[in-house]
Design a protein around this ligand. Sequence first.
Ligand SMILES: NC(=O)C1=CN([C@@H]2O[C@H](COP(=O)(O)OP(=O)(O)OC[C@H]3O[C@@H](n4cnc5c(N)ncnc54)[C@H](O)[C@@H]3O)[C@@H](O)[C@H]2O)C=CC1
Length: 377
Amino acid sequence: MIRRTLEEVEPRADAATAYFYALLFVQHPQLRDLFPASMDTQRDRLFRALLTAVRLSDEVDALTEYLSGLGRGHRKYGTLPEHYPAVGECLLGALAQYAPESWGPETEDAWVRAYTTISQAMIDAAAEDAQRAPAWWNAQIVSHELRTSQIAVITLRPDQPYPFLAGQYTSIETPWWPRVWRHYSFASSPRSDGLLTLHVKAVPTGWVSSALVHRARPGDVLRLGPPAGSMTVDHATESGLLCVGGGTGIAPIRALVEDVAQHGRARPVEVFYGARSDHDLYDLDTMMRLEQQHRWLSVRPVVATPPGSAFANALPGQLPDAVRQYGPWSAYDGYLSGPPGMIRSGVDALVASGVPADRIRHDSLAELLLSGERASE
Ligand SMILES: NC(=O)C1=CN([C@@H]2O[C@H](COP(=O)(O)OP(=O)(O)OC[C@H]3O[C@@H](n4cnc5c(N)ncnc54)[C@H](O)[C@@H]3O)[C@@H](O)[C@H]2O)C=CC1
C-alpha cells in the first residue's frame, strides 16, 4: 500500500512536497525557522528520503542504519521529538491529496504505522547520539588556500574533538547562508592535531561552495554536522585498493591513502586521478609526493582535454576508460569519488574489469546529486 501511494505521487512529487511544506508552515508556523529560506533542495530531499526508506523496507538492518543516520543528522537542524507528529500529520494530508486513487482508510492506517516506526527510529537514534556527541560542532577556519581560481583547500579547527573515519564526509553550514547545509568529504585521515581539511570547488549556482571559496577567510566559524558515509577502508582484507578520484573527488581518496599508510600494513593502492585539464589537477603534487614516500602506491593522472598534457605520464581521456585499460582488477576493492556520471560509468568499468560489485564503495548517488555543491550542480 505504501509503495502504491508513492508510485502514484512520484510523477507529481514536486507539487506534493510543495503542498506538504505549505501545510506544515501554515499549520505550524513555528517550524518555518528550522528550514532554509530557499526550499528547493529541501523539497527534493524529503521525497528521496521517503523513497529510500521504502526501498529498504525489506532489509531491516540497512533500513535501521539509514533511519538512524537520518535521525542523528537531524539534530543539527534543531529537530525535537515533538516536531515529528506535526510533520506526520501534514505528510498524510499531502499524500491523501496527491494519491487519491490509492488513498483510503487502510492505506492511511499503513502510513500511520510506517511513519510512526520511521519517526521513532529517528527519535531514538538522535537521543542515543545526544549522550555522546554534540548536535553540531563549531569549527574555525585556520587556513584558506586558493589552489585555482575556483578551488580552495580549507583547514578547520573544531571546538571539540571530531571523530570520523578516512573516506567519510561532513555537512557544513556557513554564516552567510543560514540553515543551508552542504556535504564535503574530508581530504585527510584523522590527524593528531585534530585539524580537518576540505577541498571546495565554487560553482556558479552553488551558494555555499562559492561563499567558502570566495568569501571565507581564516577566523570565520562554520558549523559541522556529524560525519557520514561508508566509503572507508576495509582493514579486514588484504586486497589492494583501486581508487578513482575525479576533480575534487580526489579529496577522500587522499584520506584513504593516508589511512592505509597509518595502518602500517602495505597493500597495493592504485590511484587514478582525473581532471578536465592539467590546470585542474590541483592536488597532483601532494599525490605524487605520497607516491614517492610509499612503494605500494601508484598515482596516474588522467586528463580529459587534448592536446597532450604537460605531465609526461598523464593518460588521455576519461577516468573509466583509463581504469579499464589497466585492468583486470579482480584482486582489488574499488573506491570511487567524483561527479555522479563518473561514479555510474566507473562502477560499470570496475565490474567489467573484474571487481565484484559488492567490493565497490562510493557515496550514495542520491546524496551526491542533492548536495552537488561539492563541485557541480
Ligand atoms: N566522496 C565523493 O564522492 C566526492 C564527490 N565529489 C564530487 O566530485 C565532483 C567534482 O567535480 P569536478 O571537480 O568539476 O569534476 P569534473 O566534472 O571536472 O570531472 C573530473 C573527471 O571525472 C571524469 N568524469 C566526469 N564526468 C564523467 C562522466 N559522466 N563519465 C565518465 N567520467 C567522467 C573525467 O575523467 C573528468 O576529467 C562534484 O560533483 C562533487 O560533488 C567531490 C568530493 C567528494
